[in-house]
Design a protein around this ligand. Structure first.
Ligand SMILES: [Zn+2]
Length: 379
């Protein structure tokens, strides 16, 4: 391209955030469910029911099913399963108290089982994420019609929200995950991963557009983040979210040949770990990337003019979210809760945060299909 021509049509800009945020959204499982992501309560039945041969025939699946069978009572015919928080809580008890369960289930073995179970959760959540995602598509459309000054705190691992942003990329804005990514480093070994734009550095865009950054804070991690515990860095692989359930390795696919390969850290060749925080009654927040995201979320909550919760039901394993909210939001701001099932129990959980909450008993689709709800927020 001619250099003068390039200068005429492109410009270099800094992406900036205003001092306050019009809305901070807090998304729970109910937001991703319409687009096919299973609810937390459906994940263990899916793993244990024996209906999915990809799981039952795999090394990882067999180990996890054996562990749960030996340690929990469940009945497939009665559809009576343990809950996921209880299984992770039980594993965490041994791991964090430095105890083994038996000669076979040593502490190291339990750590492996825990990581295996996380990989099965990852597998189950990822199952339908290649399909259409209309709910999030409409979410972006509706919100962007009203404002570009908002951020999103999500407790979901799936990547549907980001996938639905694709059409707005560069022209409307850039996604800011607010964590340092290996993808930003301009070294030779990482040059194949430099495609992800760092919103904290100047960006080159077309002259007529005026993009802004959007923070998406994934407090429980993400299916497309791969963590290396050797160099302590995270690699973002937006399109690769598959896991080999026999070897436990993350899988990538070459383009355009679509040939499968196994991921390992480009810097030190270490196997990647998942970067998702599973639900557990024993809450230990010691993952450095996620700890950093909590501080970022605290900052967003402090500058929010309005909080909108969508499909979030405050599960009893989410004490850390309650603590985050209680400590950081400004007491005078407006709070709206969108949930398709609002009962006394849910209201009481939210009442612990604030007494002044507007409850809308509607689905996310209904909320984003009607301008009225957003007009109310901005009035
Ligand atoms: Zn590494």
């Amino acid at each position: 391209m001619d250099k003068a021509f390039f200068i005429n049509i492109m410009k270099e800009i800094f992406l900036k955030y205003p001092a306050e945020r019009d809305i901070v959204f807090i998304l729970g499982a109910g937001a991703s469910h319409p687009d096919g992501v299973p609810l937390k309560k459906d994940i263990l039945p899916y793993i244990l029911s024996g209906k999915n041969s990809e799981i039952t025939d795999s090394v990882i699946g067999k180990e996890v099913i054996q562990f749960i069978t030996e340690n929990f009572d469940f009945d497939i015919s009665l559809e009576n399963y343990p809950n996921l928080e209880a299984v992770f809580g039980y594993l965490d008890y041994f791991i964090y108290n430095n105890q083994s369960l038996s000669s076979y289930y040593s502490q190291t073995k339990l750590q492996i089982i825990r990581e295996y179970l996380i990989k099965l959760v990852h597998h189950a959540v990822n199952l339908h994420t290649d399909k259409e995602h209309t709910a999030y598509h409409n979410f972006w459309k509706r919100v962007l019609y009203h404002t570009r000054n908002f951020s999103i705190i999500t407790l979901n691992y799936d990547t549907l929200l980001e996938q639905a942003f694709e059409e707005y990329f560069k022209t409307t804005g850039f996604i800011d995950y607010s964590i340092p990514l290996m993808n930003y480093e301009k070294t030779d070994v990482l040059k194949n991963f430099n495609f992800w734009v760092n919103p904290n550095q100047p960006v080159i865009v077309e002259h007529e557009v005026d993009p802004v950054p959007f923070k998406i804070l994934k407090l429980h991690g993400s299916l497309n983040w791969k963590y290396c515990n050797c160099c302590n860095q995270t690699l973002l692989t937006p399109w690769d979210r598959h896991i080999d359930l026999n070897k436990g390795k993350f899988l990538g696919y070459t383009y355009p040949e679509n040939e499968r390969y196994e991921y390992s850290c480009p810097i030190d060749n270490t196997d990647f770990q998942t970067l998702i925080q599973p639900p557990s009654y024993t809450k230990v927040m010691d993952q450095p990337v996620l700890t950093q995201l909590f501080s970022e979320a605290a900052r967003e909550l402090r500058v929010a003019r309005h909080l909108v919760f969508i499909g979030y039901s405050f599960s009893s394993s989410d004490v850390h979210i309650k603590a985050l909210l209680k400590k950081n939001y400004k007491k005078e701001i407006n709070i709206t809760v969108v949930n398709n099932r609002i009962n006394k129990k849910l209201k009481s959980k939210y009442a612990a945060i604030s007494k002044e909450i507007k409850f809308l008993e509607i689905t996310m689709e209904e909320f984003i299909s009607d301008n009225r709800y957003f007009n109310d927020i901005f009035n």
